[in-house]
Ligand binder design. Structure first.
Ligand code: FE2
Ligand code: FE2
Length: 277
């Protein structure tokens, strides 16, 4: 099974590069399942229902979120009627929406997708480790589903790596989001879980995390109230993780970074490019 994950889509540059490239990648790489983090898709803050639907139309099967889940207040309502839109599973009990879902991939496999948020340098939420143990306990790999992807939305690489090792061999992929910067630690863990501390963002990298630098610089230099952060307007780069999963075990066998766009060194999964050539 071939799975592609794309990191935080930031504003229009992010949405544009996803809608421009993802349909072609879905067919060229014969993808079975695509998961996209959309927490910054609406002007950098949250997601609207029409943006969510456009991400699905571009080829996403599931859209995950994070700390910006409800920045667009309409998400409080439409998240309830969109089963493929996930907010962190460890948000407090009673929060609208869901943190996990099972979808049928193109190859017929049942894929459990989970969005979970870290607590280091972030909001105080329920324990992400306990939440993950409970979630995969209810739907274990090879029993309840054929593959499991976990989007770990967190600031600290230590917390992300600890969660990944905690889940190693029990899920197919743990991929980090939230920092908007892709890390160079793409690898298979000993138990067969594919891992990357952060997938990076889909957005304009000539920026501060996808936003125009001026206001960001000002906030570091001055301690006075300023203006709103505005999304950078240059061309977006697509950034994410490509994972090939063994159909029998549900564990990862190949993993590679994906970076396509003007500002970062290009990265493509050679194992799919060669098969397509
Ligand atoms: Fe983000
Ligand atoms: Fe975030």
């Amino acid at each position: 099974m071939r799975l592609l994950f794309l990191g935080d889509v930031v504003g229009r540059p992010g949405r544009s590069v996803v809608s421009r490239l993802l349909p072609g990648l879905r067919s060229a790489w014969q993808l079975d399942c695509v998961v996209v983090n959309g927490e910054n898709a609406a002007h950098g803050f949250g997601i609207t229902e029409s943006i969510y639907e456009n991400l699905l139309a571009a080829g996403a099967d599931v859209v995950t979120l994070g700390n910006h889940t409800f920045d667009q207040r309409e998400a409080l309502v439409f998240i309830e009627r969109q089963p493929r839109l996930l907010r962190p599973v460890n948000f407090p009990a009673g929060t609208p929406g869901r943190g996990a879902t099972i979808i049928e991939a193109k190859n017929g496999a049942r894929v459990l997708v989970v969005n979970v948020m870290g607590r280091l340098f972030m909001d105080a939420l329920d324990d992400p480790f306990a939440a993950m143990a409970r979630t995969i306990g209810e739907c274990p790999l090879r029993e309840g589903c054929d593959a499991i992807l976990v989007d770990m939305h967190a600031e600290a690489t230590s917390e992300k790596q600890a969660l990944a090792h905690f889940l190693d061999g029990r899920v197919s992929v743990v991929v980090g989001t939230h920092t908007h910067v892709p890390t160079a630690d793409v690898r298979l863990l000993p138990g067969g879980t594919a891992y990357q501390s952060d997938a990076g963002m889909c957005g304009d990298y000539q920026s501060v995390l996808g936003m125009q630098p001026d206001e960001s610089i000002r906030r570091f230099v001055e301690k006075t109230p300023g203006s709103r952060l505005e999304v950078a307007t240059g061309e977006g780069t697509l950034s994410g993780l490509a994972v090939e999963i063994d159909d029998a075990t549900g564990l990862a066998v190949k993993v590679a970074a994906v970076r396509l766009g003007p500002h970062l060194a290009e990265a493509r999964p050679a194992f799919w490019e060669e098969a397509a050539a």
